[in-house]
Every structure is written in C-alpha cells, then in structure tokens.
Design a binder for this molecule. Structure first.
Ligand code: SAH
Ligand code: SF4
Length: 406
C-alpha cells in the first residue's frame, strides 16, 4: 500500500505516464461498447450476434475471465486469448470497511500482466495506478429530494450509492481538496471508470433493475476534463450495465466547455448535474477554487442553463463548508440570493469539509453548519446536509485520501 512518501518517490515515473490512458500492451475487452464488440466479432469471422453474448458476459454476468464466458464456443474463447484479449476489468485491491457500513476500495486500473516490469523503455509505476471508489449503503443524503427515496424493504440496504473516480489525481487545484495534491497523473479509460462500478455491483451482488443503486461521479478527478472517456463510461453503464442516467449524478468544478458539451448530450444517456459551488461569491471562490478565475460563477451558470432539464430534475449545487471561510450566516444569505438569481430549479447539498494533513482549512463547527442550513431553509432553498460517511476510513468522496494508505 502507498504512503505519501511512496507517491512522491515515484512521481517522476508518473510524469512519464501523464495524460496517457490505457497500457498499449494489453487488449482489454471490458470497456468496449456494443459496436466495438460487433466489429471485433465480425473481424474474426464470427456472426455479429456473438457480440451480444460477449456484452452480456462482460457487463451483466460480470464474468472476469474469457474462460468463464461459457456462452461462447471453446474455440472462440481460445482464439481470443491467443490474440491477446482478456477481460481486463479493474480489480479491487484493497477494501476498508467503516463501522457505518461504508466501504472504500482501492481499485487497480491496470491489467495484471502490465503491473510489473516495463512497457518498452517506459517503467510502469503500477503501484500508484489505483483510484478510490466508495460504496455507501443508504447513500449520504446527497441524493435526497431526487426522487430516489427507498420504497421497499429487501437487502440490508435499500438504496446504495457508489462514488466513482474519473482520473488518477486531478489538475484543478482546489485549495481544500486532497486529490488536488496529487496533480493529474492520468485519465481513466471508459473501461476503468465503468469497471469500478461493475466491481462494486459484483461485490455486493447488486441486481441491476431490481436494487436501487445511485452513481455519483464525485471521486478522484474532474470528469469534464476527461470528457470523452467519462461519457463513454456513462453510455456503457446505461446501455450495457442497465443503470438509468437519472440515477447518476456527475459533479464538476465548473468546466464550462464540458458543461456545454454535456448540455448537448441526448437525455437517454445524460446523468444529472452537480456544480461544486463551494463559495458564496467570485472573490472567495477564486481563492478556494482558482479555476473560478477562468470560469467565474456567472459563466458556469450560463452554461448550466443550456442543459434541458427533465421534468422535476434539479441542478445540485455542492457546497463544502470551510470553517471561518465559507460557513458564515451572511455567506448562506448570499448563496440563497445567488441560487435564486439563476432561475434554475436547484438544490444545495452542504457538506462539512473533511480535514486532511497539510490542507490549511478548518472543519466548520456543528453550530455553524446548522445555522447555515437554517438560513437556506428560511430562504426556501431546498437544502440537504450530506452525512459524513465512513469518517473512520476517510471515505468522503472527493476527499479521497492517499495519506491513509499505509
Ligand atoms: N472534480 C469534481 C468531482 C470530484 S470532487 C468536482 O470538484 O466537483 C467531489 C466533491 O467533493 C466536490 O463537490 C468537492 O468540492 C468535494 N470535496 C473535495 N474535497 C473535499 C473535502 N476535503 N471535504 C469535503 N468535500 C470535499
Ligand atoms: Fe479536482 Fe474536484 Fe478536488 Fe477540485 S474538488 S481538485 S476539481 S477533485
């Protein structure tokens, strides 16, 4: 497991790999969509309907080896293996279980044979090629008010939320965020993003279509700075895995070009949108989120207005409360005015800042959090307080700590 020291020792290796996506040497099937699988099958002289069997095995049966694809003829399975194909789904390397049921996973994003040695003359820094994924049975109230409240009893959980990473590290540099400290190591591929979800569904025996599962793209990374892979993962999760985009929420720090592209996505594959507001005005936001200097609040809101919301859909504004910096009652009043000014159907999700070593902020006092919420309630702004889940295992989404991996 990694300590920060290991990360910094290996950072020169990581830089070599920066921005690249998959290892060229492997041929993972996981991540290919229906069309790509059809191309593969016809290219091998197989009937095109074999692609459906492959997709079923990868995304519905969650098979982890080509040998295990028993719907395919043995000869085809052998040929696929001989030609260098493998399932190549990311693996859960490590699991941390919280007393509140939250689980945090370190997910390996490389195919097993690529973990050691070199790729050409390029050393593979396999140890740090991991991202974090979180399972929150009963969610964290961040989904409250979105129509996904539980209706029926069943498993030990009635509604679970999976928090998914989109990049290794992040380039955005929000001052309060630990992921920012890593810088951007690389983009995840579509298969690596969707694979985190399938890994966790598998671990918990989730029956998609029957069990209530929400996805939040709020783990490590900025999804809208890995737009194509992120959306390709969403399409896989909708079309192949079978999860409704209305059960998915993508959070962005306010990448305007990404929001504009997102606004043009067809509704049948468009998740709901959350904006990390995190400050009551441009002056404070530019301090805590330097990206605000490039795309200030009004520019972000203008882009959000281009999204054609579904009936009853709301845009979420995420608001991390930083003690003494963004948690005063006057800030709450300003947030209320700001969200009203947008004219959008919104809700505000408050989350108390989770501390991290070397990050120069303070956790807000519980009284301040309550007072902040009360102001918004009084202003009739729909507001939800996200529960800190898995505090004992440092599992807060977006705060995903490399530092505890010792
Ligand atoms: N990059 C995207 C998604 C990942 S961050 C974004 O910024 O929106 C997901 C959420 O976690 C964001 O709303 C972010 O503001 C929040 N976050 C980051 N660090 C945090 C911390 N230490 N405590 C609480 N929330 C944090
Ligand atoms: Fe990146 Fe989001 Fe963290 Fe900002 S809050 S550094 S955008 S992961």
């Amino acid at each position: 497991m990694l300590s920060p020291a290991v990360i910094s020792q290996n950072s020169h290796l990581l830089q070599l790999d920066a921005i690249s996506t998959a290892e060229e040497s492997r041929r993972p099937l996981f991540g290919l969509d229906g069309e790509a699988l059809a191309g593969l099958m016809t290219g091998m002289g197989e009937p095109v309907w074999r692609a459906r069997q492959l997709a079923e095995a990868l995304y519905r049966q969650r098979v982890i080896s080509i040998e295990g694809m028993t719907t395919l003829p043995v000869a085809l399975r052998r040929r696929l293996v001989a030609e260098g194909w493998e399932v190549g789904r990311p693996r859960i390397l490590q699991t941390y279980v919280s007393s509140d049921g939250t689980e945090r996973y370190l997910v390996q994003c490389q195919a097993p044979q690529a973990q050691t040695g070199t790729t050409g003359d390029r050393p593979v820094a396999a140890a740090v090629e991991a991202v974090e994924t979180v399972w929150m049975p009963e969610g964290d109230e961040g989904e409250a008010g979105d129509g996904s409240e539980p209706e029926e009893a069943g498993k030990s959980w009635q509604r679970a939320t999976i928090c998914v990473s989109s990049q290794v590290g992040c380039a955005v540099n929000c001052q309060f965020c630990l992921t920012a400290r890593l810088g951007l190591q690389r983009n995840l591929t579509a298969g690596e993003i969707a694979g985190q979800v399938v890994d966790v569904l598998d671990r918990h025996g989730v029956e998609v279509g029957k069990d209530r599962v929400n996805l939040v793209f709020m783990g490590m990374g900025e999804p809208f700075l890995n737009y194509d892979n992120f959306m390709a993962a969403v399409r896989l999760l909708v079309k192949e895995v079978g999860i409704s985009p209305q059960r998915m929420t993508v959070s962005t720090s306010g990448i305007v070009l990404g929001i504009e592209r997102f606004a043009a996505e067809p509704a049948d594959v468009r998740p709901k949108l959350a904006i990390s507001l995190n400050a009551p005005n441009d002056a404070i936001r530019s301090e805590v989120m330097p990206i605000n200097r490039k795309w200030p609040i009004d520019a972000v809101v203008d882009a959000v207005r281009k999204v054609r919301l579904r009936p009853r859909e709301r845009v979420t504004f995420e608001y991390v409360l930083l003690g003494g910096v963004t948690d005063r009652p006057e800030h709450a009043a300003e947030v209320a005015r700001l969200v009203r000014r947008t004219g959008l159907p919104v809700k505000v999700n408050l989350i108390a800042w989770n501390p991290g070593p070397g990050v120069p902020y303070a956790t807000p006092k519980p009284d301040a959090v309550e007072a902040f919420k009360r102001v918004l309630v009084a202003e009739r702004v729909p507001v939800y307080l996200r529960k800190p889940r898995g505090r004992d295992i440092y599992a807060a989404c977006g705060q995903l700590k490399r530092t505890v991996e010792g």
